[in-house]
Design a binder for this molecule. Structure first.
Ligand code: PSU
Length: 305
């Protein structure tokens, strides 16, 4: 049995010619943003990748296949679909076996991208260690995936709803290179900077691609996490957001929100409490990440093998 991959025409053509491809996830569409902003974001992010000289491959599970690249009709259908599963490493094969529809998180998108030979992936923010994890044990499978699957993931940091110091401690323990772009502190998703020093700093796409190839040459498993700060005009300062995040977290705790529902619940409450400002920032940072991921993908594709 081989992995059931289904490529869009655009992605199949890019694979045949060795053109750079950027993987994109679908949980951000189905669970991370409200309709119809989610579809608008998904289309814009694909166009941003094209404008930057690479081919977008949005990934989702449908009809027993891992779709790598979605046409506009499928993207539109997915963006409006209800009860879509949120897939990570644990449930991807089960979703394929049952023929259900599933959106891929960072972890599942990395698995699919690697199967498809795609080196670079753009998202908004990875999952991580949730606040209160010392009693809930809620740690995203995204972190383990970064430790074992060789894909370079471009994000704007881990989402600021998480316990950021613990998230980066775990990444360090797992041996994941965490690279801040152009600054010495890690960006914090909606905000350009946070209190955590960057473990590594690189200022250009070529160096990041070279480091990725070097990791493979050393026989080290796993990927790289690239943390690109949100553009200044789109950021929400961390101290403006802190009380909003705290309120959303309190509500999640008192309502007993757990497991896979925590991140979508918090993102939605922060959207409501900021009257949409958090969503505008989230979209801006995803577009910024997509553009930089396309640059990295181009560096990977032009480098001598
Ligand atoms: N980036 C965003 N919004 C999102 C996500 C990323 O801007 O909703 C998704 C990704 O799919 C990531 C998931 O894998 O959030 C993390 O979920 P959890 O904390 O349940 O692991």
């Amino acid at each position: 049995m081989t992995a059931p991959l289904a490529f869009s025409t655009e992605v199949a053509t890019a694979r045949a010619s060795g053109a750079p491809i950027v993987a994109l996830e679908s949980t951000i569409i189905t669970h991370g943003m409200p309709w119809p902003n989610n579809l608008e974001m998904a289309r814009k992010v694909e166009q941003t990748v094209r404008d930057a000289g690479a081919v977008p491959a949005t990934i989702a599970v449908m009809g027993g296949q891992i779709h790598v690249g979605l046409d506009d009709a499928t993207l539109t259908e997915l963006a409006q679909a209800k009860n879509v599963a949120k897939l990570s490493r644990a449930d991807m094969a089960a979703c394929l076996a049952t023929g259900n529809t599933g959106a891929t998180t960072v972890a599942a998108t990395m698995i699919a991208a690697h199967l498809a030979g795609i080196t670079t992936f753009a998202t908004g923010g990875i999952g991580g260690v949730h606040k209160g994890a010392e009693s809930s044990f809620d740690i995203s499978a995204d972190l383990q995936e970064l430790a074992q699957t060789p894909v370079t993931v471009v994000c704007a940091g881990a989402k600021a709803i998480l316990d950021l110091p613990k998230t980066f401690e775990v990444l360090e323990t797992l041996g994941v290179p965490v690279i801040a772009v152009g600054q010495d502190v890690l960006p914090a998703f909606w905000s350009r900077s946070g209190p955590i020093p960057a473990p590594l700093r690189m200022d250009d796409a070529a160096t990041i691609a070279r480091a990725g190839r070097m990791r493979a040459a050393l026989g080290l498993p796993g990927g790289q996490l690239v943390a690109l700060p949100i553009p200044q005009i789109d950021e929400i300062p961390a101290d403006t957001l802190a009380p909003v995040i705290a309120q959303a977290q309190d509500e999640a705790d008192s309502q007993g929100v757990a497991a896979k529902s925590v991140t979508p619940f918090l993102l939605n409450r922060i959207f409501e409490l900021t009257e949409g400002r958090s969503l505008a920032s989230n979209i801006a940072l995803v577009l910024n990440n997509a553009r930089f991921a396309a640059e990295i993908a181009r560096e990977f594709s032009t480098a001598p093998k």
